[in-house]
Write a protein that binds this ligand. Structure first.
Ligand SMILES: CC(C)(COP(=O)(O)OP(=O)(O)OC[C@H]1O[C@@H](n2cnc3c(N)ncnc32)[C@H](O)[C@@H]1OP(=O)(O)O)[C@@H](O)C(=O)NCCC(=O)NCCS
Length: 170
């Protein structure tokens, strides 16, 4: 039985461990800590199994700037991580689904993700390039994706996505 819930004070260490184990390095785990310290987290959810944190997903604010300098705010998914021993059991999917639902309910309009092209489309993500949205850094079309949380939210939104500066180099 998996319980998905918002991060609470005291979860920090377990979240760090899950990220470090899933990515096999500390960079993403440290990034989560820095973003938390700077208070630039839109939503942070954990997956618990028998009281133990086995998964984590983070959403942070980004901007999408068009050629005329117009700015739209959106939310980026990532990093997300599931403990290696618990992967491929649907926990990651539950984290994404719950995150999307909560963001939609909170009135957010667009989610961006840079990630596995075989994983995120099942939640409705499409290549962001289809909407004329791209990342600052050139990446293969299919790995940079966008999802409209509200009907028509992507219509007319074009431009360059900028993450929080702490993501640079991770
Ligand atoms: C990606 C991740 C969060 C998915 O969590 P999960 O609980 O295993 O996900 P689910 O069981 O809900 O779904 C499994 C799907 O994830 C994808 N997936 C899992 N591991 C993957 C990997 N190493 N590479 C690519 N895709 C992977 C597959 O599409 C898989 O689908 P399938 O089982 O139909 O083939 C987890 O594998 C993980 O922590 N990976 C290491 C860290 C990472 O890459 N994070 C994401 C950065 S974008």
């Amino acid at each position: 039985m998996i319980n998905i819930r918002p991060e609470l004070p005291g979860d920090e260490e377990a979240i760090w461990q899950v990220n470090e184990a899933a990515f096999g390095r500390a960079a993403e785990a440290d990034l989560v800590d820095v973003l938390r310290r700077r208070n630039v987290i839109t939503l942070s959810l954990v997956a618990e199994r028998e009281g133990e944190i086995v998964g984590h997903i983070l959403f942070t604010p980004v901007t999408i700037t068009d050629e005329a300098g117009g700015v739209v705010t959106a939310v980026a998914l990532g990093p997300m991580a599931v403990s290696p021993a618990c992967q491929r059991e649907g926990i990651g999917s539950q984290l994404v689904q719950t995150g999307i639902t909560m963001l939609r309910q909170a009135g957010h309009e667009i989610v961006i993700v840079l990630g596995h092209p075989e994983f995120y489309p099942r939640f409705g993500f499409e290549p962001a390039s289809r909407s004329g949205i791209r990342w600052e850094i050139e990446v293969p079309d299919e790995v940079f994706m966008a999802l409209a949380l509200q009907p028509g939210a992507l219509a007319g939104v074009t431009g360059v996505v900028r993450y929080q500066p702490e993501f640079t180099g991770v």
